[in-house]
Each structure stands twice: as C-alpha cells, then as structure tokens.
Design a protein around this ligand. Structure first.
Ligand code: FES
Length: 215
C-alpha cells in the first residue's frame, strides 16, 4: 500500500476502512486472475506508474500471461484510448516487466559476418571490461588470462549503445534506464533473455579478432 493510503487509513479509519471493505466485496465473486486484470486496467486508467508495475507483476504472479494483459489493455480501448495504452506498454517495457521486452534483434541472413581486428592481446587489461570497435560495431571485451570474451555493446532493453562511462570493473550500466550487465558472462540480473549478445573471438599471433554477426 502507498504511504498516502497508509496515512488516510490512519487518519480516517472509518471512511477508508469502508472503502477497502467495499473493494473486497466488489471483487469477491471474481476469480483472482480477473481481479488482477481489473486492477491493472484501473492503474492504466489513472496513469499510476508505480501501481501499474506493481499490479502487473502481481497479475503475472497470479498466473495471468503478458498476452492476456495486452488483450485486456486493448479490450479497454474505449475507456483508455490509445495514448494511455501506449503509456502503459512504455512503462512496462521501461521497468523490464517480464513479457514486455523489446523485440529480439533479428538475425539477418543477408548480412555477412565481418572479422574485426580489435586489439593486441597484451593491450587488454585483465579482469575488467573495456569498450572497443567503431560506429555500429561497438563491443565490450573482457580478458581473463589469455582468454577474451566479446559482446555487442548495445543494451538489450531498447538497444542503446553502452557507454565507456558506464563501465565499472566487471559491471556495465546503461545510461538510459540503468540496466546492468555483468562480465565476463554478459548476464543481466533481470533474466537470461536479457543477456548481452556474445560474439565469437579468435586470438591469432597475439591479435584479438572478433567475428561480428548480424547488424
Ligand atoms: S535502453 Fe533502457 S536500460 Fe538500456
């Protein structure tokens, strides 16, 4: 419950108690999934960002799928209108709510793999991420001993380029919405589906060569 509701409940226990009793009774004949969906729609209607994220996560935990939440949003179109629906999807994507991600990057078979000579092995520091590459080919490298791992330096949230200033040892933070990635695994605490895209690495004659795949 929000701090404001806590306060109101404390200051006006009879009125607010009756309100909550009303809500409990009003939903008592509905199954939990339907109740959860209605709660999500009310948060969209009032454009309450924190509540929308909280109640969407509750709905998912109650067994409602992200597809069903989308259906409910669209079914409520006459009341919500397109702008609130778009607002809601933006909020859910920005908060990384499960099932509301950016479209996975499409692998384009027409784009040929490109071999890029990125650095001498000895130029790379041990045990921390560094950024290399050029426009459209930014990558993160991480050296451990004589092994190097490489990832596309593009955030898996909305595809922003990950900046040098976002690197702190083995952690990379996206400046856009603060998502974090850990190297050398390239993992994201929000889930395996959000891990950085890895790139094949070959070390030849002391040079680190990365094969860039896709766009
Ligand atoms: S683009 Fe949103 S966190 Fe990176």
């Amino acid at each position: 419950m929000s701090r404001a509701l806590d306060y109101l409940l404390r200051e006006r226990p009879r009125a607010m108690g009756a309100y909550f009793e009303f809500l409990r009774d009003a939903g008592s004949r509905l199954d939990p999934r339907t109740r959860a969906l209605i709660s999500v729609i009310t948060k969209v209607s009032t454009q309450t960002e924190k509540g929308l994220v909280q109640y969407t996560r509750k709905a998912l935990a109650a067994g409602v799928s992200s597809e069903e939440i989308l259906d409910a949003l669209l079914a409520a179109f006459p009341a919500l209108g397109l702008s609130r629906i778009v607002w809601a999807v933006d909020v859910l994507m920005d908060h990384g709510v499960a099932g509301f991600g950016a479209a996975p990057a499409e692998e384009d078979d027409d784009v040929e793999a490109e071999l890029i000579d990125v650095a001498g092995l000895d130029e790379l520091p041990q045990g921390r991420a560094v950024k290399r590459g050029g426009p459209g080919r930014a990558m993160l490298l991480y050296r451990e001993g004589d092994e190097v791992r490489a990832f596309k330096a593009y955030c898996t949230h909305h595809g922003m380029e990950l900046m040098e200033r976002g690197i702190d040892g083995d952690t990379v933070t996206c400046h856009q919405h603060g998502w974090q990635f850990s190297l050398p695994a390239g993992s994201c605490p929000r889930g395996a589906q959000w891990a950085l895209v890895g790139l094949p690495v070959a070390i030849e004659n002391g040079r680190v060569r990365v094969t860039w795949q896709g766009r």
